[in-house]
Design a protein around this ligand. Sequence first.
Ligand code: C2E
Ligand code: SIN
Ligand code: SIN
Ligand code: FE
Ligand code: FE
Length: 356
Amino acid sequence: MDLPEAIRNAKILIVDDTQVNVILLEAILSNSGYLDVTGVTDPRKVEAMHRERRYDLILLDIQMPHLDGFRVMEILSRDLCGDYLPVVVLTALNDRETRLRALEMGAKDFLTKPFEQSEVLHRIHNMLEVRMLYAERQRRNEILEERVRERTRDLEENWQETIRCLARAGEFRDNETGRHLLRMSKIAHRIALAIGLPDEQADIILAASCLHDLGKIGIPDRVLLKPGSFDDEEWAIMRSHVAIGCRILGEHPSPLLRTARTVILHHHEKWDGSGYPNGVKGEEISIEGRICAVSDVFDALTSERPYKKAWPVEKAVALLNEEAGRHFDPALIETFNLLLPEILAIRAANADDAES
Ligand code: C2E
Ligand code: SIN
Ligand code: SIN
Ligand code: FE
Ligand code: FE
């Protein structure tokens, strides 16, 4: 018989405690062109052999010492074969009950003893054709799934890059390197994890916090870049960066953009209610907003701005602690203090003059 290559090379295992049956089937298969046929008389070896070779077809006797064919099928279907059990059972001609049970357990077909050569070959050929179609379909599905995963990853990366560019636009004029965003977002992420927020939420905070000052894009240079302090009118203009940021972002259902919006809206609110724009207080301020207030102010204080020199770290830490319960959520300042060594490491690794 002329076998297609995939079928000729199919990996076939014969399991029968009666050696002569193994030899007979091996001979029938080899003589008609099958190239990869193995026989075994001890059913206890099947599990390890299949784990190693992943047979395309297992011809399985039922009545065997140590482990009957049903047990072997159970073991194979438990964790080795997924949803496709490539088993053909070998049964006596009149053993209808055994055949039914084997089919119920997932066997694909049966061969009756004594073997009849042309029936054996036809059934095995059919079974392998189905097997190969199934394997081909599996392979295609895996390729498709991998492509979908790749595309999703690309989209995700593009999306995050876009968010970063947008965020950088907001801070470009008073803070050209963008390192403030990098540091404050990493510090916010670290605090989020330390207080036990789930990884996904912390990741969202990492990205969303970069957008906190997006609205500075709408603040005129004469205010934003003023070297000195503000009069009332200038303060009013400056504070509008919150509303401008919210307007630029708009309202979207995505968790990232929704979080970005609360971060923008809340990052200048204060724990005691004396912040802006709405004077909300305590836990009315979203946890994301409270976290970003801490990381933003810490990094703003220790950075140079058009209107101020950078403060030494000790002075900034002292101010944060003085403001615990006034400006900041006191629990977050406790966390901040515990994390200080890590936060300083983030600062050092992302300093304004570091290589990018
Ligand atoms: P920013 O420079 O990113 O500062 C963010 C926040 O860090 C400030 O929010 C404030 O809470 C804290 N912070 C920064 N520097 C100091 C400081 O020297 N002392 C104290 N106690 N806190 C500081 P705030 O005050 O709502 O300011 C929002 C934004 O307004 C600032 O963002 C900055 O862009 C601008 N701004 C604030 N004050 C002045 C100023 O006197 N002159 C100019 N040109 N801009 C200012
Ligand atoms: C930036 O690189 O400017 C933003 C920080 C970040 O997305 O991690
Ligand atoms: C803020 O200070 O802007 C938010 C209030 C807080 O720190 O809990
Ligand atoms: Fe701000
Ligand atoms: Fe900031």
